[in-house]
Design a protein around this ligand. Structure first.
Ligand code: SF4
Length: 132
């Protein structure tokens, strides 16, 4: 995807990092935490029509694993056209992969929340200091 972005983004008349409002959702932050990545110091969202605060002169300044999922999964029409031209996997197949990853993100969130809830209701999870 990065190679594809390098071939399209700098020629784009309406860069999505300026025209769209994006943000880190809870699952993004949870994944970063579980992967021991740094948590971004601010939300990605900016005022409508303002560039994303992480957009630099050469594109996104965030490492791939720290970008909002909504940025990672977006394949613009120019990129789809290039993929088709290059004979790369068809975007529909990529769409299936994206759906799988989204399912895994939901599972991760559900599992973490369930573990937190189990931890809260289990008396053995409280330290003796809490009981005194
Ligand atoms: S986080 Fe990066 S890829 Fe996403 S909108 Fe901001 S600059 Fe663009």
């Amino acid at each position: 995807m990065e190679a594809l972005r390098r071939r399209t983004c700098r020629f784009c008349p309406e860069p999505c990092c300026i025209t769209n409002t994006v943000w880190f959702d809870f699952r993004d932050l949870l994944a970063m935490h579980l992967l021991d990545e740094l948590i971004p110091f601010r939300q990605a969202a900016a005022e409508s029509g303002e560039p994303c605060p992480f957009l630099g002169h050469h594109g996104c300044r965030l490492p791939w694993r720290m970008r909002p999922w909504m940025c990672l999964k977006y394949i613009c029409p120019a990129q789809r056209a290039l993929m088709k031209k290059d004979g790369r996997p068809d975007p529909a197949g990529l769409g299936d992969q994206i759906i799988k990853i989204e399912d895994q993100r939901f599972q991760m969130e559900t599992e973490v929340i369930a573990r937190i809830r189990r931890g809260r209701t289990s008396p053995s999870s409280f330290s003796p200091a809490w009981r005194q």
